[in-house]
Design a protein around this ligand. Structure first.
Ligand code: ADE
Ligand code: ZN
Length: 321
């Protein structure tokens, strides 16, 4: 790819590859509930978001120490750099680790150690976004956010993920207001499986600067107009959408129409270890399925840089390349 890419929608726990699950289980002297690695790999068939989340949360059990989180994050950076990613903004799910008895400091120390040296080690700038589990009690979100702030964790933003339907953004108004007051960026998963109404709420109630997924915006012309007028970026994840059955196949993916409508679309991998590929695979496979032109690929790459939370100087540097 000519223009470098920023990856803006990737869950670090979703980059945990099967081989790494086995290595970490051995290092932490844990038994896995699978016969062998092939048995584990045979479970990577999903019918919807929840069927994926069940495996995603189960496999996180092997992440226990700061070293585990640092290794996981570095493995993603290495693969992302090979994919042409020059800047990565990735999610992590602090509640999912704390609930298992892993201290938040282990999670943060490991991830932030890798972030601090990503430019030197891998040639990519990076930033972490703490994502709130929307299917857990609001009180838990408030508590984990307070802890993150108390520890002065160098995160760049707050996000919202996990099971969408029945868990509207409006529930989390207060914690997102606190995040904005702390000067953090704010993003939210909305309109992946959930209705367009959740995208309106993410914008109007949470103050989301980007919408993660957002593909169901296409059902609501007034919402499309809003997203276009206000230039709200959508972090779209084509392989994820097919693996979680949001669309039947990549050829059915509406990404080109979204570009033609003037939406600020970016391409991302979401959970690359689970959905069959990293960001380069998403570009290649979607490009092949839709016959994307070089100009369209370039627009997607430039959109990703512009939509990132990198400094203006870093964006200008990347856009010049
Ligand atoms: N957590 C990890 N991947 C996710 C996705 N695609 N949607 C919601 N929550 C997630
Ligand atoms: Zn996601």
């Amino acid at each position: 790819m000519a223009t470098p890419v920023a990856e803006l929608h990737m869950h670090i726990e979703g980059s945990l590859e099967p081989e790494q699950i086995y290595r970490l289980a051995e290092r932490n002297r844990m038994d896995l509930p699978y016969k062998d690695i092939d048995d584990l790999k045979s479970r990577y068939e999903f019918t919807d978001l929840q069927s994926f989340l069940d495996l995603y949360f189960a496999n996180m059990a092997v992440l226990r120490t700061a070293e585990d989180f640092a290794d996981l994050t570095r493995a993603y950076f290495r693969r992302a750099a090979a994919a042409g990613v020059a800047h990565a903004e990735f999610f992590f799910n602090p509640q999912a680790h704390v609930v298992r008895g892993v201290p938040l400091t282990e999670v943060l120390d490991g991830i932030m150690d890798a972030v601090a040296s990503s430019e030197r080690e891998f040639g990519l700038s990076s930033a972490a976004i703490a994502a709130i589990l929307r299917d857990q009690p609001v009180k838990d979100a408030e508590e984990i956010f307070s802890e993150i702030i108390r520890l002065q964790a160098p995160i760049v933003g707050l996000g919202l993920d996990s099971a969408e339907v029945g868990n509207p953004p409006s529930l989390f108004e207060d914690v997102f207001a606190r995040a904005r007051a702390e000067g953090l960026h704010v993003v939210a998963h909305a309109g992946e499986e959930g209705p367009p109404e959740y995208i309106w709420q993410a914008l109007d109630i949470l103050g989301a600067e980007r919408i993660d997924h957002g593909v169901r915006a296409l059902e609501d012309p007034a919402l499309i107009e809003r997203l276009v007028d206000e230039e709200i970026p959508l972090t779209v994840c084509p392989l994820s959408n097919v693996r979680l059955r949001v669309f039947d196949s990549l050829s059915d993916h509406p990404l080109r129409s979204m570009l033609e409508m003037g939406l600020i679309v970016t391409v991302n991998s979401d959970d690359p270890a689970y959905f069959g590929g990293y960001v380069d695979d998403n570009f290649t496979e979607l490009g092949r399925a839709l016959g994307l032109t070089e100009a369209e690929r370039d627009t997607l790459a430039r959109n990703s840089i512009k939509a990132s939370f990198a400094s203006d100087a870093r964006k200008a540097e990347l856009l010049r390349r």
